[in-house]
Design a binder for this molecule. Structure first.
Ligand code: MN
Length: 290
């Protein structure tokens, strides 16, 4: 079984703009190369918003050097960026945005959601890019719920949505996630019923992180993990065991580590300090677009 390195959680919560009350469940500044190729995960909500005509969210800001993956569980997020992409990410949808050499974007509650009010819950994952791809062109993948394979787990344990990577059922059938990625990763959104157990599997060489978004689980027979905690595993074996006593939602993240230096500041994550300085120069010179 994949050995557990540790269980971690958010030190506190903060607002991203005025629309997203988040807990940062992991961050590369704390965990470094042990979580490569992943950089960060923010869990927003679940939070209830009253109806309004105001725009809630976060205004124009840059990113360079990595990808942002937004998974919406409840509510609606409206997005617009300098590469000309815009749209609404609704319940069950995923936005996989490759900032690469640079993008400016805005993330707001959708107009319809703001007017109506209700519950907002989402996760935003940052995935690092290999050095050779950090200055490639930005890319945008708007993936709607119906495009994401939904696999029934054995023994009526629940369902698993394959957002990226591939999940193999016991009969050998492969379910391939729609997201195109720059390095091998699995991003699976796992919804488990109460009192179930399930083995999940990924290559031993991969970094593996379980993120508990709802409920609570027991990992590998003894480690209790509750909502807004993550489990980070050694790169030593293929399987891990999850047991539930209540309905739980878990993100299963695995990926081949990049084994490259990580140097970041704010919305820029590169390989050297010189590249960070260049990112700031380019941003202030308007080279990220408009
Ligand atoms: Mn952003």
């Amino acid at each position: 079984m994949k050995e557990i390195i540790g269980v971690y959680g958010a030190a506190g919560s903060h607002w991203v703009g005025d629309g997203f009350p988040v807990r940062s469940l992991f961050f590369y500044a704390d965990l470094g190369e042990r979580i490569s190729p992943f950089l960060m995960l923010d869990h927003a909500g679940p939070a209830t918003f009253t109806p309004t005509n105001q725009r809630r969210g976060v205004g124009t800001h840059p990113h360079r050097g990595f990808e942002t993956v937004t998974i919406v569980y409840d509510g609606e997020v409206a997005h617009a960026d300098s590469a000309g992409n815009s749209g609404v990410i609704g319940k069950g949808d995923v936005q996989w945005m490759t900032a690469a050499r640079g993008i400016l974007h805005q993330e707001y509650h959708s107009e319809a959601f703001a007017r109506q009010g209700g519950t907002l819950q989402m996760a935003q994952l940052w995935v690092n890019l290999p050095a050779k791809d950090k200055m490639s062109a930005p890319r945008y993948q708007g993936i709607v719920d119906s495009e994401i394979p939904r696999v029934a787990l054995p023994n009526d344990a629940g369902t698993l949505r394959v957002i990226a990577g591939d999940y193999h059922t016991q009969d050998g059938q492969a379910h391939i996630g729609p997201a195109q990625t720059y390095s091998p990763v699995n991003v699976w959104d796992v919804h488990l019923h109460a009192d179930k157990d399930i083995y999940l599997q990924a290559p031993a060489s991969h970094t593996t992180i379980l993120v508990v978004l709802k409920g609570s689980i027991i990992v590998n027979g003894s480690q209790a993990v509750k909502a807004d905690q993550i489990v980070l595993f050694q790169r030593n074996d293929e399987r891990l065991l999850i047991q539930t006593h209540e309905a739980s939602t878990v993100l299963f993240l695995t990926g081949e580590p990049l084994n490259e230096p990580i140097v970041g500041q704010g919305p820029f994550v590169m390989n050297t300090q010189a590249e960070i300085r260049q990112a700031m120069l380019d941003y202030h010179a308007g080279r990220f677009g408009a």
